[in-house]
Design a protein around this ligand. Structure first.
Ligand code: ISJ
Length: 359
């Protein structure tokens, strides 16, 4: 220990000096953000501008020469910007709770930790909290790379007046958790149905003796495992820490690249950033060639489709709503031209919103 001190001290002195400069600069930056906040208050426009925040850190990522990595630049500036927003007016964000869910993780990845996070017991409640004004934004899962669409979210988007204002893609790494870190005395494994499905091969191979029980969320499963030594949970590392559980086995998802896409819902529209995505819902009459004709204007205007999903219209007549993601912002010329035509031809069209693509 003693012999490292002379070598460390001069470097630490330099770090202290840099930290003082950073502190002064960060406060100078926060002062400017406050001035911007005052202007926004005057014009009664929203404080939080996700599209501007994206441009702030993508510009810095392009300038970055290392050794800091691209993702670290994003994480650092996300917190810097969240802190300056919080000085102006902290906003509430609703997510699918309880604390410790992947939705909570997605929320913090989206807006930094300086938000008032409001856990909701269901996806419906997240929508309701934002619609009622109890939260400014909400974050809900929309699709998983193994299990596909989260149909409840798709159905709620159809009827809600809220728009999509952002997305977050999270790698989902499931862990098998118990109080002791072993399976001794454990007879049941609890998790959200999607998580059980995403780990089914692993469970069949390594823990076939465990009864599988679907519960409201993985965080609820972690809560149950914390209360009952005969229960194991499938949940995130964050949930393990939060509920004081030990990891029996990490990374038990069948697909190592398992990912979930979350969408941010709110009232605010996002201005174009040059790397946007637009989501919409379309329906056509149940006649031959209708889907082909519905998509034709998109192809003709050179708009590329990144996702196409259908949901039954619940009319009992084999009719469908089509959920479509397009590259670009609805204000971009090719999309605007295609939408003008779609509005004429489609039986139903609802533009859910344009937002910066996850990076
Ligand atoms: C300062 C602003 O307000 C907020 C804070 C930002 C920041 O700290 O850089 C960026 C966008 C907004 O969410 C702004 O709009 O420029």
């Amino acid at each position: 220990m003693d012999d490292e001190q002379p070598a460390l001290q001069p470097l630490r002195d330099r770090i202290d000096l840099i930290d003082e400069q950073l502190l002064a600069l960060l406060n100078q930056r926060a002062g400017l953000a406050l001035e911007i906040g005052a202007i926004k208050k005057h014009f009664k426009t929203p404080i939080f501008r996700p599209e501007r925040e994206l441009l702030v850190f993508t510009r810095l990522q392009a300038l970055n020469q290392g050794p800091l990595q691209t993702e670290q630049i994003a994480a650092i500036w996300r917190e810097i910007m969240a802190a300056s927003r919080a000085l102006e007016k902290p906003f509430t964000a609703a997510f699918l709770g309880p604390v410790g869910t992947y939705s909570e993780e997605a929320l913090h990845q989206y807006s930094g930790s300086a938000v008032e996070a409001l856990p909701c017991p269901s996806i419906d409640e997240v929508f309701r909290a934002v619609e009622a004004g109890a939260a400014k934004i909400g974050i809900v899962p929309i699709e998983n790379s193994t299990e596909g669409a989260v149909s409840r979210t798709l159905d709620l988007l159809l009827d809600s007046s809220l728009r999509l204002t952002g997305e977050v893609v999270l790698p989902i790494q499931h862990n098998l958790l118990t109080r002791t870190g072993t399976l001794a005395g454990v007879s049941r494994v609890c998790a959200h149905a999607q998580a059980l499905a995403q780990c089914q091969h692993w469970l069949a191979l390594h823990a076939p003796q465990l009864e599988r029980q679907a519960v409201a969320s993985n965080a609820v499963a972690a809560q149950l495992a914390a209360e009952d030594a005969s229960v194991a949970a499938i949940a995130s590392e964050r949930a393990a820490t939060r509920y004081n559980l030990a990891i029996v086995q990490a990374m038990i998802q069948d697909d190592p690249h398992n990912r979930t896409r979350f969408v941010v819902i709110g009232e605010q529209a996002c201005a174009p950033t040059g790397r946007d995505q637009t989501a919409l819902i379309l329906a056509v009459k149940n006649v031959a060639g209708a889907v082909f004709r519905m998509l034709e204007p998109l192809a003709r205007h050179g708009v590329s489709m990144t996702r196409f999903e259908s949901r039954p219209a619940k009319s009992g007549a084999w009719e469908y709503y089509f959920y479509i993601d397009l590259a670009g912002h609805y204000a971009d010329a090719p999309l605007a031209a295609a939408f003008a035509e779609l509005e004429q031809s489609a039986a139903f069209i609802k533009i859910l919103g344009s937002y910066p693509r996850a990076h």
